[in-house]
Design a binder for this molecule. Structure first.
Ligand code: GLY
Ligand code: MN
Ligand code: MN
Length: 587
């Protein structure tokens, strides 16, 4: 489009559309964030005067500023981040292997309404692609296609479709996958259905086994069709069992002198996974009386494993390792999610009063998340008044008045994929009773000890051990328990998990490494009817913070939300904008 004399602008879909010739002296090219499908190009012709060029430039800047001012967020992970993560996976893959990962399925809510789509975090981590019906291939070594083109990864995405996009939103399509996500080899999913890749030529095909929770739809290359193609081309056995495959691999990689120990470990697995007790080789191996017999079974199992080259253990290990440690780019988003969640806790502390309902309290937290642009909650929000706080993952949140009880609030904003997980427990009327404070202080001290134990090199269980020692001693001192082993009744969960793209994030659960983020979340829950003095009944306290482990010690990323009883009570005296937010009464 010509805008006045001598200066021009155009929206273009791709640079291929634009023929660069020496007719143009200056080209200003704006590539928007990935949710914008068009690029904006300004150009000036050779015949323009210096002054005109200057005005053109200013106009371009203003125009872009105005567009961006009403635009969509731009602070997503970059295409380079995802590319780098794929390279890291490739580096860890055994030679002559291919990893095949699928996007999350669409899940139906009711009739023609689906749940809001959420990408599989591994798939997102490796691609940045946020749509369903897609498959990613990463090759351990360079491949060559029929035309001599060299590649080491491929992405198949949902095809652009004007009609579907009018109803359900824009699709990135092949071109978007190339330009926004940086895939050189991007294709429509329908091309995967006819792929000529011979999966039999690889030593191993690495994949996550399927959960059978996807549907066949009218879409021509939906997840159902992509997986069906994969299963057909890899000779996926109809009775494939990922755990069985893992246990078989354990047997085949065992030095025979160690086989008795392996048999013992397998025995524990078989107790847990009862369906595996029907497997002849596994039961025989566990029950074998001597090394010779175990060796015989090992040979048979080796032959069984050779029947196909599918492996669902290696890729899990690779992603557990990579996702445990956060890069700087990830930390920006994770910190933001955590800070937003801490602000949510603070605003609720200011707004809380005994007449509020659990749902209303949940709404205040979630409003704060949305106000900051967090797309989702990382998990269903938990708001439990009094005895409801004793249900660890209480999500009904339907008590109509929290009254004078403690309110346990375990919530986390999800910001561009990364989720927080922050819990505060506060008295609805602004003041802890003596009993509430006594329990609260034990949990607080346990959490402090847990945070202090979160240091590089310590075993993953260190915070839990430190916290449960304090909880046990505290409960004994108050006479709530009489024997240390009874503490588990009132503190029945673990103290820590990794945090990141998933609330219970992937990791190795080995010794702590720098740049990992964990939660430290001790709790004491005393349900009505417990075997202790009635004065403790209905008290439930959990305090949960998100801790960055560094070479210089633990850093509490959620400490913006007060944790001591004094600081909470002080925060609760502050005015809230919601004090004046009075809605009409409905009949
Ligand atoms: N919000 C779930 C958990 O704390 O693990
Ligand atoms: Mn947690
Ligand atoms: Mn939590």
């Amino acid at each position: 489009m010509r805008i006045g004399k001598g200066w021009y602008f155009s929206f273009i879909k791709s640079t291929d559309q634009f023929i660069f010739t020496n007719r143009f002296e200056k080209i200003i090219y704006f590539d928007f964030n990935r949710s914008t499908r068009f690029k904006l190009l300004f150009w000036t012709s050779n015949s323009m005067t210096q002054m005109k060029r200057f005005y053109t430039f200013c106009f371009a800047l203003l125009f872009v500023f105005l567009i961006n001012a009403q635009g969509t967020p731009t602070d997503f992970l970059t295409a380079d981040f995802h590319k780098d993560r794929r390279a890291a996976v490739r580096d860890m893959m055994p030679s002559n292997t291919v990893a095949v990962l699928f996007a999350n399925p669409i899940r139906n809510r009711a009739n023609d309404v689906d749940y809001i789509y959420h990408q599989d975090p591994d798939f997102y981590y490796l691609t940045g692609y946020n749509e369903p019906n897609a498959v990613l291939l990463i090759f351990s070594e360079d491949q060559k296609d029929g035309n001599g083109k060299v590649y080491d990864e491929m992405l198949y995405v949902q095809e652009r479709d004007v009609k579907a996009e009018q109803w359900n939103g824009k699709r990135l399509g092949v071109e978007g996958a190339k330009e926004r996500l940086g895939f050189d080899m991007a294709f429509n999913g329908s091309e995967f259905l006819n792929t000529t890749i011979d999966f039999q030529t690889f030593d191993k095909v690495l994949f996550f086994d399927f959960k059978n929770d996807y549907r066949d739809t009218r879409e021509k290359a939906d997840l159902f069709d992509l997986i069906k193609t994969f299963k057909g081309k890899t000779n996926y056995p109809s009775d494939y069992n990922a755990t069985k495959q893992q246990l078989y691999s354990m047997i085949t990689s065992t030095d025979i002198t160690n086989s008795a120990n392996v048999a013992q470990t397998l025995g524990r697995y078989l107790n847990y996974y009862e369906d595996l007790q029907e497997d002849k080789f596994l039961t025989e191996f566990v029950e074998a009386k001597d090394d010779a017999l175990r060796n015989e079974i090992k040979e048979k199992v080796t032959l069984e494993l050779k029947a196909n080259n599918l492996d669902s253990a290696i890729i899990a290990e690779i992603l557990n390792t990579l996702r445990e440690t956060k890069t700087e780019e990830e930390m920006v988003l994770l910190r933001k999610a955590i800070e937003i969640s801490a602000v949510g806790q603070n605003e609720v502390m200011k707004a809380m009063h005994p007449n509020m309902s659990e749902t209303e309290i949940q709404g205040v937290h979630e409003y704060v998340y949305k106000k900051y642009g967090a797309e989702y909650e990382g998990y269903p929000s938990i708001v439990g008044g009094g005895n409801n706080g004793c249900i660890l993952h209480y999500i009904e949140n339907n008590k109509t008045k929290v009254g004078n009880d403690l309110v346990l609030m375990d919530l986390g904003a999800e910001y561009h994929g990364y989720t927080a997980d922050v819990t505060r427990t506060i008295p609805a009327n602004g003041k802890f009773t003596l009993e509430q404070k006594q329990i609260y202080d034990i949990v607080y001290n346990a959490q402090e000890a847990g945070i202090k134990a979160s240091i590089v090199g310590a075993p993953f269980q260190a915070p839990g051990k430190a916290a449960s020692e304090i909880v046990t001693a505290g409960l004994m001192e108050l006479g709530i328990i009489t024997k240390p082993e009874e503490a588990r009744t009132y503190f029945p969960h673990g103290t820590s998990h990794y945090l990141g793209l998933d609330v219970h994030d992937k990791g190795t659960y080995g010794a702590f490494k720098p740049n990992t983020v964990i939660t430290v979340e001790p709790g004491i829950y005393i349900p009505e009817g417990s075997d202790c003095d009635k004065k403790w009944w209905g008290i439930a306290v959990r305090i949960e913070d998100d801790i960055l482990i560094t070479e210089n010690g633990p850093v509490n990323l959620s400490d913006m939300a007060p944790r001591t009883t004094e600081a909470i009570e002080a925060m609760m005296t502050a005015p809230s904008p919601l004090d004046d937010f009075v809605l009409p009464t409905l009949d």
